[in-house]
Design a protein around this ligand. Structure first.
Ligand SMILES: [Zn+2]
Length: 300
């Protein structure tokens, strides 16, 4: 399935699936078994464009992806930049797709693609003023109710994960046309549960403790408030298992959405989470565990 020749992208002749495993750390992804993603790409270590969801996604929608830092700067064979705006300064990179529109979402809209987004974490909720979903002509929300306290909502209801609603997402797409599909996946975001995660008493205790730290996460946390090594391990393992669930469901999505055209598929993290390694927790601050994210990319 893995393609080693330099690909060419003629508008209208290919689809795009862009999936973001929100908050997934590189090391969590490395521990996960991801047979579908591995079938078309090695797991690459990449540096996120920002420390939290909003700026990272704004960057992705300009086609500026996490920077590969594992020694090979090519995203695909012979391609060192997938998208570039005509407004960007010329560089010597081999670019696959040049666009003239405001961002890559507009690019595919203007070229008669089916363009659909689905999500995700609260930045993708339907609240008035939420910019990210408004960039899409059609965005499907699978958000959690804000009326339930986060600490009480463990495990989360599977119906709020976009990848648990594949039939609904696929039904939004007219298969006679090429498509650009974006999905933000909250499974790897705190509290890290998904149907592949065993949520027991110890897990709930650890996740609730982390929610307690959340309000002070931009300062180093000391003493009893810190996660113990066991609690840290429980939550890190949950993030790995949720990455496995994303792999499993992405394959199902791909099989159901096939339309006879080749599909550029990108699966990546937008940022990671620190678990106290440098003293702090969560994201929206600089630390290698916040910046290093997994990256898979291929053409199926
Ligand atoms: Zn995020």
């Amino acid at each position: 399935m893995r393609n080693t020749s330099k690909p060419s992208f003629v508008i209208g002749n290919y689809n795009v699936i862009m999936i973001v495993a929100d908050s997934c750390r590189y090391d969590s992804a490395k521990k996960a078994k991801t047979p579908f993603l591995s079938s078309f790409s090695e797991l690459r270590c990449a540096e996120a464009p920002a420390t939290y969801t909003f700026p990272s996604h704004m960057s992705f929608f300009l086609g500026i992806l996490p920077v590969l830092i594992d020694g090979n700067s090519e995203y695909l064979s012979g391609i060192s930049q997938i998208w570039r705006s005509v407004n960007a300064r010329e560089n010597k990179k081999t670019v696959a797709i040049i666009y003239r529109e405001r961002n890559i979402i507009d690019h595919y809209c203007q070229n008669d693609y089916e363009v659909v987004g689905a999500g995700g974490v609260s930045f993708f909720g339907s609240a008035w003023g939420n910019v990210l979903p408004q960039l899409f002509p059609r965005f499907i929300h699978f958000e959690e109710s804000l009326l339930i306290a986060r600490e009480e909502n463990i495990p989360r209801q599977t119906m709020h994960f976009p990848l648990a609603n594949i039939e609904k997402i696929v039904s939004e797409i007219d298969k006679s046309r090429p498509f650009f599909l974006f999905i933000n996946c909250p499974e790897t975001h705190i509290p890290y549960d998904s149907p592949f995660v065993k949520v027991g008493v110890d897990y709930k205790k650890a996740a609730r403790k982390l929610y307690g730290i959340d309000s002070i996460k931009h300062r180093p946390v000391v003493g009893q408030k810190r996660l113990t090594e066991k609690e840290r391990e429980i939550l890190m393992n949950a993030q790995s298992k949720s990455m496995e669930w994303i792999d499993f469901k992405t394959e199902e999505l791909y099989r159901k959405i096939l339309n006879g055209k080749p599909t550029l598929i990108i699966v990546m993290g937008d940022h990671g989470d620190e678990f106290g390694e440098g003293g702090r927790y969560g994201h929206a601050h600089y630390h290698p565990n916040v910046m290093y994210v997994p990256f898979w990319c291929g053409i199926l």
